[in-house]
Every structure is written in structure tokens, then in C-alpha cells.
Ligand binder design. Structure first.
Ligand code: F6R
Length: 606
């Protein structure tokens, strides 16, 4: 959410900053801006809209070998030119870009106004520029430290000052910042995506840490300005994974990557001989895993829905009571933290603030938390006692697909390992391993039917409102399907338990309200088919996501037959066609697939 880039070195900064911002646009895309520091001081160009528009309208004279840039997802104040970052002080000598939220911004704005300072924008960030300018410290580091000590909230921040042209000072508290080391030049960004084209030698800042970047190198220190001596390391990442290549969108690329991503999360973790999984990163021995009495899964949005699928896997395979809860709600009900409960935080980005705060709440009360996280070294990964990395590769599209599939597989591995130190038989363990090994091929098969699904999606896109329904294992699938559909097609898509339709929502069924029903071939098929009859009787159009051997009787419906795996693993195969339906509906409606309105990748504000 919001992206930061910075550069200092021998090249003109503006083109590098704009290229970096393009790479970060998925983090926020309502406005963008850059500031450069050249021989005539600081120049700023910023505007509402996309980075492309900013690039097209950049002034001809915009020279400077140091610069900072930002792409915004509005929190304080609407998306307009004035509220876009960078923000400057009254004299235009200080420029600031900021991710996060300054909680005491209103009080600080009043204080600055009392001092006769006119604030140009509605943003919380602008106060930082004035605070830096107003500090009496004689170094930029001291000025930034003074400004930060006045604010409460979260930040990743980069600051330039016309009186200190040889440096950029950056600081982190709750919002990531990564330093990239080049040859006599330094970069900084809030996400690796903006750095990998230039360097893979990087250093992650920790919360509470600051850094000074000069063309020759960087130094890190705490806010009391004592050194933290951080050094850079090389990350093993292929810059091509941040390119959409031949695909029209990252979402499409990432859906297609699912079979390969699934193979990666399983690789080296399946033990065929003992019918179990090996998850070294859990940091728990067999005795500790046996002592777990309950599992509580915490995540947000799609990660929460896949958490519900994970809870079902844990209950079925390990027979441990398990449930999932929205991390955004958990912390606010003063939850009881039990010593024999295993808390599982699930997050693609590892940055989602609600999930991070939930983890901190559990740990503060002495609970044990493991993470199912995609981004290595991210805040949530670092905060947990152990975990399972998802190895999905970078996920750029706002709509999560391959990371979600790997979250499901991460839960399957966890359930297998916990199950096999309890009552899951070796035969069942081996059955599930065989199912997991078949899964990448079945994902491939499902993705190969894209054309068929595109046709179905076009008819769904015409509806203003839809239901997605499922029961028990199928209900989180329906929730995730509705989530994906609404977030990129902007159609009203409501998920419901099939069994609950007759207790109210059937009143809404009509020929203009289609229902996408999840009807796997399992012990509930007959009941599900009964509900389909009720929908059909009210002339509701039906799309049924099912298995080829399921008999729908005389129900009039469009069928999507999904390859069958073991019943416990079926939910993820039932989910993939829903991704394709959402994608093709959005495409039909002409929406920007990777940048859906009002959303941004990684929600780093509460
Ligand atoms: C939906 C989506 C969001 C995220 C949610 C959690 O497609 O992407 O609902 O799942 O914001 O994000 P992470 O997994 O990064 O914690």
C-alpha cells in the first residue's frame, strides 16, 4: 500500500525513479510524484492518476542525481495533485515521501498552524516535511530524528534536504524499506520489485532503524543515532519474475504459474516412506506438536478464507479443533490466548498490518505463532516463532491467486505433519501425499480449460448481482470465489452457505441473479442438488462447479467439471475455476485487472 523509491548516484534520478514507481504501481495507484535534488535545489512533479501520466507530463528541466518518488493509495485526503507525495516544507527545501499513517497528524497540523505555517495538503505526511524543516539539529539525520520523535504512527519515510545534497535519509517503523547497493550509487524502495532491475545486493531496514544513503554507500543506525552496522546481502531472485511477459496482466501470469508454484511449496517436504510431511521451519519437535490442543488461524481477506479451508484440513486430518478468524477483528476483542493453542498467521505479503498486530497480540500474551508467509524476511515472517514459507514467487497482482493456492498446500502439509503424530494412519498419509503429487498436474488441466470458462464468465459479467454458495468444505471456496469476483469485476457477489439460502436469501433469487454453486461429489452432494432445485424453481440461472461423476438430475445448469483429487484436497481445485471466472468477467467489463479500483496490494494501514 503506497510505494517508495529513492536514488542517489551518478545518473539522472528521474528516469530511474519513474521506472521504479511503475514497478510499484500495484501498491497504490491513485497518484504519483517524484522530487529531484539538483544544482538549483529541490524540484517536485506530482499529479493524480497513474505513473504513465506523470511521466508524460514531467517538466523538460528536471535534472538531479538524487531523488525520491512515491505512488499513493489515499488515506488522509482525496487523490488529487496537491495530496500526492512528495510533500515539501514552506521554503521548498525539504522533500518527504511516506508510507503508513501518522496517528497524531491532526494535533501536529494544529500545532504547525499555530506557528503560522500554512499546510498545502490534507495529508498526514506533509507535517513531516515541516517538522524536519523546523528542527534545530545541524545534520539531516538529527532533523529527521527530531521530526520522527514528534509523531505517533507507522512509517517508511525518505527525506531529502537542499542543504544536504549528498544524502537521502530514510527511516522505518512498521512500513518496509529496503536499501539496494549499486556501483557508486544507492537505491531505496519499499519493495524488492523496484530494485531487482538494478541490484540484488540489498539490506532490509528493521523497525526503529534509520539509514543514510550517499552515492558511496549507506550507514544504518537507531533513532538515538547509535550505529546498527547493517551490511548488505545478495538475494537470489530472478528479475523476470517481476515482468508480466506475454500475459495481459500479472493476475493472468500468476494464475498460469500455479502448477509450478505448487510444485515448489511441496518440494522436499513430502515423506513418502512414513506418509508425512517435513516442515523444518516449524521449530517444534514431535512432543510439542502432540501437545497442541487447538489451532487458531489468523489472516485477512482471501488469506482468511483459505485459513477456513486450512482449519477444515486440520480438523479432518489431525483431528485438532481448528478455526480461522479475520485478523483485523481478533485483536479488538481482547482474545484469550491459550498456551496449548497453536496460532497460525497466514499472509502472502507478510506485511498486512492487521495480521501483524494480531501476531504481536498473541506473542505479547505468551502464545506460540507460526507463519504461512510468501515473502521471505517480511515483518510477519520475522515476528513468528517458526513457519512455512510458501515459495509462490513474487505475487504482483492485487488479486491473490498462486499465493492462495500455496497457502492451501501449506495448510495441507501442516495438517499432514500434525496428523501423523496423532491418529492419521500411514495409509491415509500416503493417500494424501499421492493426492498432493497429482495436484500440480490437475491445476494445469483446469487452467487449460480457460476458453470454456471465459464464455461462462461473459454471461455472469452481465449480472449486477450474484450468489456464490457452498457447504462445509465448499463454503470457504464460495467465499473466496465471491471475493475474487467482486474485487476485480465490481459486481455484487455474495457468498452464502447453501444450507442457509432457504432461511432468507432465496427471496433475492430471480432470473437476473445467477448463482455459482460449489457442488463437489461428496457426502453432501444430494443435499446440495436439492438446493439447486430450489434455485432453479425460482428461475435463478445456475453455474455449478462440480465433479464429472456428479449427477445433477434434471436441474438446468451450466456445469464446470473439475478434476477430482482426495476429498480433503478438492477445495483448492474447486477454487481455480472461480479465479478464471472473475478474471474473464473483469476482462469482459474492460476493467484494469491488476489495479482494481479502491484497492492496493498489501494493506499496511489499519
Ligand atoms: C484478495 C486479496 C486480499 C488479500 C488480503 C491479505 O485477492 O489479495 O484479500 O488476501 O489483503 O493479504 P496478505 O495475504 O498479503 O496478508
Amino acid at each position: 500500500m503506497c510505494g517508495i523509491v529513492g536514488y542517489i548516484g551518478g545518473q539522472q534520478a528521474a528516469p530511474l525513479l519513474l521506472e521504479g514507481l511503475t514497478r510499484l504501481e500495484h501498491r497504490g495507484y491513485d497518484s504519483a510524484g517524484v522530487a529531484v535534488l539538483g544544482s538549483t535545489g529541490i524540484k517536485v512533479a506530482k499529479r493524480a492518476g497513474r505513473v504513465r501520466q506523470l511521466t508524460e507530463e514531467l517538466p523538460k528541466r528536471f535534472a538531479g542525481r538524487a531523488g525520491i518518488g512515491h505512488t499513493r493509495w489515499a488515506t488522509h485526503g482525496p487523490a488529487n495533485d496537491v495530496n500526492a507525495h512528495p510533500h515539501v516544507d514552506a521554503k521548498g527545501e525539504v522533500a518527504v515521501v511516506h508510507n503508513g499513517i501518522i496517528d497524531n497528524a491532526a494535533a501536529l497540523r494544529h500545532r504547525l498552524a499555530d506557528q503560522g505555517i500554512d499546510l498545502a495538503s490534507d495529508t498526514d505526511t506533509e507535517v513531516l516535511a515541516h517538522l524536519v524543516a523546523g528542527s534545530g539539529a545541524d545534520t539531516l539525520e538529527g532533523k529527521v530524528r527530531d521530526a520522527l520523535s514528534a509523531i505517533e504512527g507507522t512509517y517508511g519515510v525518505a527525506v531529502m534536504h537542499a542543504d544536504f545534497p549528498d544524502r537521502i535519509v530514510v527511516a522505518r517503523n512498521g512500513s518496509p524499506l529496503i536499501i539496494g547497493v549499486g556501483d557508486k550509487e544507492m537505491h531505496v524502495a519499499s519493495d524488492l520489485a523496484a530494485l531487482v532491475r538494478y541490484t540484488t545486493t540489498i539490506a532490509y531496514l528493521d523497525d526503529g532503524e534509520m539509514a543514510t544513503l550517499t552515492a558511496g554507500g549507506f550507514t544504518t543506525y537507531r533513532q538515538d543515532l547509535t550505529s546498527t552496522n547493517k551490511t548488505a546481502t545478495t538475494v537470489d531472485i530472478d528479475p523476470a519474475s517481476y515482468d508480466a511477459g506475454d500475459h495481459d496482466s500479472f493476475m493472468h501470469k500468476e494464475m498460469v504459474e500455479q502448477p509450478a508454484a505448487a510444485e515448489r511449496v511441496l518440494r522436499g517436504r513430502l515423506d513418502e516412506r512414513f506418509g508425512t510431511a517435513h516442515l523444518g521451519g516449524l521449530n517444534m519437535d514431535a512432543r510439542e506438536t502432540r501437545a497442541i490442543r487447538r489451532v487458531k488461524i489468523l489472516g485477512c481477506g482471501s488469506a482468511y478464507y483459505v485459513g477456513q479451508m486450512g482449519a477444515a484440513l486440520l480438523e479432518e486430518l489431525a483431528r485438532i479443533p481448528a478455526d480461522a478468524e479475520a485478523a483485523s477483528e481478533f485483536r479488538y476483542r481482547n482474545p484469550i490466548i491459550e498456551p496449548d493453542t497453536l496460532y497460525v498467521a497466514v499472509s502472502q505479503s507478510g506485511e498486512t498490518i492487521d495480521t501483524l498486530l494480531a501476531v504481536q497480540e498473541v506473542r505479547r500474551k505468551g502464545g506460540r505463532v507460526i507463519g504461512l508467509v510468501n515473502v521471505v524476511g517480511s515483518a510477519i515472517a520475522r515476528e513468528c516463532d517458526g513457519g512455512i514459507y510458501l515459495h509462490a514467487g513474487p505475487e504482483v497482482a492485487v488479486a491473490s491467486t498462486k499465493a492462495l493456492t500455496n497457502m492451501f498446500l501449506g495448510f495441507a502439509l501442516l495438517a499432514l505433519q500434525l496428523g501423523r503424530v496423532r491418529d492419521l494412519s500411514i495409509a491415509d498419509g500416503k493417500r494424501l501425499i499421492a493426492g498432493l503429487q497429482r495436484l500440480p498436474g490437475q491445476l494445469e488441466e483446469m487452467l487449460g480449460r480457460e476458453d470454456e470458462l471465459a464464455g461462462i464468465a461473459t454471461s455472469l459479467a452481465a449480472a449486477e448481482s450474484l450468489f456464490f454458495v457452498g457447504r462445509v468444505r465448499g463454503f470457504p471456496v464460495a467465499r473466496e470465489g465471491a471475493q475474487k469476483f467482486k474485487e476485480i469485476s465490481y459486481r455484487h457477489a455474495e457468498a452464502y452457505q447453501t444450507s442457509e439460502l432457504k432461511h432468507g436469501p432465496l427471496a433475492l433469487i430471480s432470473e437476473s441473479v445467477p448463482t455459482v454453486a460449489i457442488v463437489p461429489g461428496d457426502e453432501l452432494t444430494d443435499r446440495n442438488v436439492g438446493a439447486l432445485h430450489e434455485i432453479a424453481a425460482r428461475r435463478g440461472p445456475l453455474v455449478v462447479v462440480t465433479h464429472a461423476d456428479v449427477d445433477l438430475g434434471d436441474v438446468e445448469a451450466v456445469r464446470i467439471d473439475v478434476p477430482r483429487n482426495e476429498r480433503e484436497l478438492d477445495p483448492i481445485l474447486l477454487t481455480v475455476p472461480l479465479q478464471l471466472l472473475a478474471y474473464h468477467a473483469a476482462l469482459t467489463l474492460g476493467h484494469d485487472i491488476d489495479k482494481p479500483r479502491n484497492l492496493a496490494k498489501s494493506v499496511t494501514v489499519e
